[in-house]
Write a protein that binds this ligand. Structure first.
Ligand code: A2P
Length: 340
């Protein structure tokens, strides 16, 4: 355990996730000696507020990481591919929110509520990967079930907010909605189809097996985080016209029998989980309630009537907070406390 303070850089500081990372660092009182906010040349000179001070945004270059001890990246896979190793070589430990390094066997993929021990592996490449937003909230909810009853198979369908695509997508949903209710023509730049008043079963690129990359991320990342390749996972990921928070219909088949009551009991004390489950009073997790908080909300917990050992639940979390920024900052907290 150390009481040290750190020189921290946020890469992609002007983006939807980067901005939330800055907020999380402040809210959670991260032990900071100095901060550096990095983005593309387009943003150089802009100022962002941190703990009451205005901090200038600097252009990301190969020299940006001198003296930086922890660098939290959320500037897309290309930027991470190019600059994460530059940061690591110059002595920083990188926590990377992109999908670039997640499946590298020498890079830990971490959800602190589930596999914090994996952080120890950061020494191999100086990089720790933050999982995909949809995976994070699902494994937070499944972890207590996995520990008690094991998991044979997961069937998940997601209802994902546009903020996961970044600021441009938030603007596109807003502009299209405004245009449509005013009977005006609209633009479509971010998604291949209109997102306003629609649902798109298409997140990230299609792969040869008919799944999308996003769906395969849920498959591969879940197994890596639980360190268990025997878990079967099938996912359908859908973009919906919601600004913040992903919702997921999760069906899990366990190895040992477990009742819905026991699942509820386990989830009531599970770290990072809030049980919101009183259907008789119309109480269940909703995107509008999860937005702005760090907890993963779980409700509609019930026995799957179609198989012997099955549980169904509805899992909702703020994709920018727990699905990205909060999880990354939590990783950095464990790293700072236990390892640096
Ligand atoms: P910028 O605002 O200067 O373009 P979002 O996912 O919300 O679109 O945000 C992406 C973040 O990644 C922004 O902070 C963006 O900076 C940053 N970014 C994108 N491309 C680069 C790049 N080539 N170098 C540095 N930062 C980048």
């Amino acid at each position: 355990m150390s009481d040290r303070k750190f020189n921290v850089a946020v890469v992609g500081a002007t983006g939807a996730v980067g901005n939330q990372m800055i907020t999380c660092l402040g809210e959670r009182n991260f032990p900071i000696k100095s901060v550096k906010f990095l983005a593309s040349a387009r943003s150089a000179g802009r100022e962002l507020r941190f703990r009451g001070d205005l901090v200038p945004v600097e252009e990301l270059t190969e020299k940006s990481f001198e003296g930086v001890e922890i660098a939290i990246f959320s500037a897309g896979g290309g930027t991470s591919e190019k600059f994460a190793s530059v940061a690591a070589k110059s002595g920083a430990v990188v926590v990377d929110n992109s999908s670039q390094w997640r499946m590298d066997p020498d890079i830990p993929l971490v959800v602190p509520e589930v596999n914090p021990h994996a952080i120890a592996g950061y020494t191999k490449k100086g990089i720790i990967a933050n999982p995909n937003c949809s995976t994070i909230q699902m494994v937070v909810a499944l972890n207590p079930i996995y520990r008690e009853a094991g998991i044979r198979r997961i069937v998940v369908a997601t209802y994902q907010a546009v903020s996961g695509t970044g600021k441009k997508a938030i603007d596109e949903l807003f502009d299209q909605t405004r245009s449509m209710i005013n009977f005006l023509p609209f633009d479509k730049k971010v998604y291949p189809h209109r997102i306003a008043f629609n649902a798109l079963p298409h997140i990230d690129k299609f792969e040869n097996n008919g799944y999308t990359k996003e769906e395969m991320k849920m498959v591969k990342e879940t197994r890596k985080i639980f360190e268990d390749d025997s878990i079967g996972v099938t996912a359908t990921t859908v973009r919906v016209p919601v600004f913040y928070s992903h919702s997921e219909a999760v069906n899990v088949e366990t190895l040992k029998p477990i009742s819905a009551e026991r699942v509820r009991e386990l989830l009531l004390v599970a770290p990072g989980v809030k049980v919101v489950d009183d259907p008789a009073n119309d109480v269940y997790p909703m995107a509008i309630d999860a937005a702005g908080q760090d907890a993963t909300l779980v409700g509609r917990i019930r026995k799957d009537i179609s198989i012997e050992n099955g549980i169904d639940m509805w899992v909702v979390a703020d994709n920018i907070r727990k699905g990205a920024a909060t999880n990354a900052v939590q990783i950095a907290e464990v790293l700072a406390k236990e390892y640096l």
